[in-house]
Design a protein around this ligand. Structure first.
Ligand code: ZN
Length: 74
């Protein structure tokens, strides 16, 4: 599941959202409902095309696919 971390430019809230098809339009901050959110590049691996890839070349973090990034820490 492609779950990305976002940060809100207005209130600074950081949250995670499931992104389908790479589209981040319409994603709102859960705190202030602003759409001015920025996608954070994390070191987490995410599932793409049936195999795990990592944006950092590091080891895949299985918990990322489950919705949290506490294992890989970024
Ligand atoms: Zn906000």
């Amino acid at each position: 599941m492609p779950i990305y971390e976002f940060t809100c430019r207005k209130c600074g809230e950081t949250f995670e959202e499931l992104v389908l098809g790479g589209r981040i339009e319409g994603i709102k901050c859960p705190r202030c409902q602003s759409e001015e959110v920025e996608k954070l590049m994390s070191a987490c691996a995410f599932k793409s095309g049936g195999k795990f890839v990592s944006s950092s070349g590091g080891t895949a973090c299985s918990s990322c696919a489950g919705g949290t990034c506490s294992t890989c820490g970024r």
